[in-house]
Design a protein around this ligand. Structure first.
Ligand code: WQD
Length: 342
């Protein structure tokens, strides 16, 4: 069966990473169908995707918590593979509303896997997170790093999700890859799609761009007493377009049967750590804006440092990041300026 006829389901395909992955899938020649309940995304993203590729993806507004609707979807669509982004992802919110996270992130995964098994859909890419490592004992972090007790219900849903998929792949034809994202940032260079945080941004980069745009008064830097080069916490900020391309590489690995295990795990990052102050300095350089910030106390649950050992993904997926922090921050800023004009 040639690629053109291969239909790929993207759950959460109107979200930040999902929409960028839809674009790359279409460019790679796949037919895409999106399920998204618009709980953390906007229908206008569909136009953004279409304006980039010229191909309007099929879209179904469906809540994956409704098991019958999930069953009906699979009975009416011939799907070659699934990339599963749909989940709640705010760490702080998950601490305040754990049951919302267990229901939305676990129940939906179980229903999806049940219907995939019934309909013999065997290629599955799971959106996982470096959060599952907690504060790793060794840096950079490899896929063999021990999984620590989750610091939040959000992180726990990613750990439990990986276990559910692994157990299912052992007794069925399911083949799966969990991509453990580091910190996704930036926007497509067309600036027709990008990050759309709802309310006050929890993550660093949208808060930086909103501060520079005058939407926020000043950025609070959560702690400068960490044992790092400048005292601020270190993360591996990966451009969302590079991250999207890792999903295409992973999907092609499964479809071509090149996977060496029924379930595989890959750390997806740049391999470079950047501190909060380095992010601020780089942002000021690429935007030409002065950023208003103040140092405050550490945020509960934050770790000191996390950045990926990308050698396994580089080798096995034949994939590596091409864009660095400067391009990521420049695209995030361009996207923010465009939002101001809306
Ligand atoms: C990055 C750094 C903060 C905001 C989380 C999830 C992870 C993924 C990405 C979903 C930290 C500091 C932040 C601010 C700050 N989420 N910071 N001031 O916490 O590394 O990862 O989001 O997939 O799973 O765990 O990302 O962007 O919140 O923070 O100083 O206003 O910026 O302390 O050091 P994080 P983040």
């Amino acid at each position: 069966m040639n690629k053109e006829k291969q239909k790929i389901l993207i759950t959460g395909g109107l979200g930040f990473i999902g929409s960028h992955t839809v674009v790359e899938l279409q460019i790679a020649g796949y037919e895409v169908i999106i399920i998204d309940d618009l709980s953390n995304s906007k229908i206008e993203v569909l136009d953004g995707i279409t304006s980039i590729t010229g191909i309007k993806p099929e879209y179904v507004n469906l809540d994956l918590k409704e098991k019958d609707k999930v069953a009906n979807f699979f009975e009416n669509h011939k799907i070659k593979g699934v990339i599963h982004f749909a989940a709640s992802k705010a760490v702080g919110e998950s601490v305040e509303q754990p049951l919302k996270y267990y229901e939305n992130n676990i129940t939906t995964l179980v229903y999806l896997l049940m219907e995939m098994e019934k309909n013999k859909v065997n290629n599955f890419i799971f959106s996982s997170s470096c959060t599952i490592y907690g504060q790793a004992d060794e840096l950079p972090i490899t896929e063999k790093a021990p999984i620590k007790i989750a610091e939040s219900p959000y992180g726990n849903t990613k750990q439990i999700g990986e276990e559910i998929i692994k157990d299912t792949s052992k007794i069925s034809d399911l083949q799966a890859i969990a991509l453990r994202y580091f910190n996704p940032v930036g926007a497509h260079d067309s600036i027709k799609i990008g990050e759309l945080p709802i309310g006050v941004p929890q993550n660093l980069i949208p808060f930086v761009t909103q501060t520079a745009a005058g939407i926020r008064k000043e950025l609070s830097v959560f702690g400068d007493d960490y044992p790092t080069k400048d005292g601020t916490a270190v993360r591996d900020y990966i451009h969302v377009v590079d991250l999207a391309k890792a999903h295409i590489a992973a999907l092609q690995r499964l479809i071509s049967g090149k996977n060496k295990e029924k379930m595989e795990f890959f750390n997806v990052g740049t391999g470079t750590g950047s501190s909060v102050l380095e992010v601020i300095q780089t942002f000021e350089k690429v935007s030409g804006k002065h950023l208003n910030y103040k140092i405050v106390g550490r945020r509960e649950g934050d770790i000191t440092s996390a950045y990926a050992d990308t050698s396994f993904a580089n080798k096995e997926l034949n994939w590596k990041t091409k864009l660095g922090l400067e391009e990521a921050l420049a695209s995030a800023w361009k996207w923010q300026l465009k939002q101001l004009k809306q």
